[in-house]
Write a protein that binds this ligand. Structure first.
Ligand SMILES: *Cc1c(COP(=O)(O)O)cnc(C)c1O
Length: 239
């Protein structure tokens, strides 16, 4: 990569990041919330490790990835001091046979949607002598398939996660269904989060909101926003 390309990419990321921060600031003001209570996760899937380094230099503390192989390679490539200061969130669909690999680089797994995955992550974290922060992913769509546990089953799954010694239940995550009203969808997620927090007072995280709907997520009480394209640009292939 030429130094000139690198400098222009850095400027581009700085500008889009500033715009996203301004949107979050305005959304917090509108909702009467403290900006410090909302964490921005830059979703860097499809983009190179060099972009992660730029973002870290621009003050980004949290990054998200959804594909295990790509993420593993990317974080291996990162300078160790850059990696050390980042919190890495795994946000993609997960197979239990990938759990041990994900636990090698992820600080948080947001996409736990069945007990089998929770048990596999727990076993891997125990073997690696660490604890792992975990969110239960809730499916807000009527047509299951894109990942997530049905809202009615989320409480039981949260109990399963909380019962795993190496996992720390931090809260819930969801994606607003395509075509749905995000305010309504995030309202349902917030209701599920409330029930789970009643059982597990430390499960205070609500991960909701992406490039197109982060304002609705902030209004619904999101503590974590997962923003990809609004920061990094459009991805090379649709997902
Ligand atoms: C890709 C992805 C995002 C980011 O989406 P954008 O629309 O690019 O902001 C957020 N959450 C999940 C689970 C994703 O897979």
């Amino acid at each position: 990569m030429s130094p000139a390309y690198d400098a222009s990419r850095r400027d581009e990321l700085a500008a889009s990041l500033a715009e996203v921060h301004a949107r979050i600031d305005r959304a917090c003001t509108a909702a009467g919330r403290n900006r410090e209570d909302v964490t921005l996760i830059a979703v860097t899937k499809f983009f190179p490790a060099s972009d992660v380094e730029h973002l870290a230099a621009l003050g980004v503390t949290d990054v998200g990835e959804n594909r295990d192989q790509e993420a593993g390679a990317k974080f291996e490539e990162l300078a160790s001091d850059v990696r050390r200061d980042l919190t890495v969130h795994f946000i993609g669909q997960l197979q239990s046979n990938k759990a041990a690999h994900v636990v090698r680089y992820a600080d948080v797994v947001q996409s736990v949607d069945r007990a089998k995955i929770a048990r596999a992550l727990d076993k891997a974290a125990l073997a690696q002598e660490r604890t792992l922060d975990v969110l239960v992913q809730v499916d807000l769509s009527d047509a299951p398939g894109r990942g997530g546990v049905a809202p009615d089953d989320a409480r039981t799954l949260a109990d399963d996660v909380a019962g795993c010694p190496a996992l720390r239940l931090r809260g819930v995550m969801a994606v607003a269904p395509l075509g749905a009203d995000p305010a309504e969808a995030f309202g349902r997620l917030a209701a599920v989060a409330d029930v789970i927090r009643g059982d597990h007072p430390d499960a205070t995280w609500l991960s909701a909101g992406m490039s197109g709907d982060l304002e609705h997520a902030v209004a619904a009480g999101a503590t974590h926003l997962r923003v990809g394209s609004a920061i990094l640009g459009s991805r090379p292939t649709p997902r």
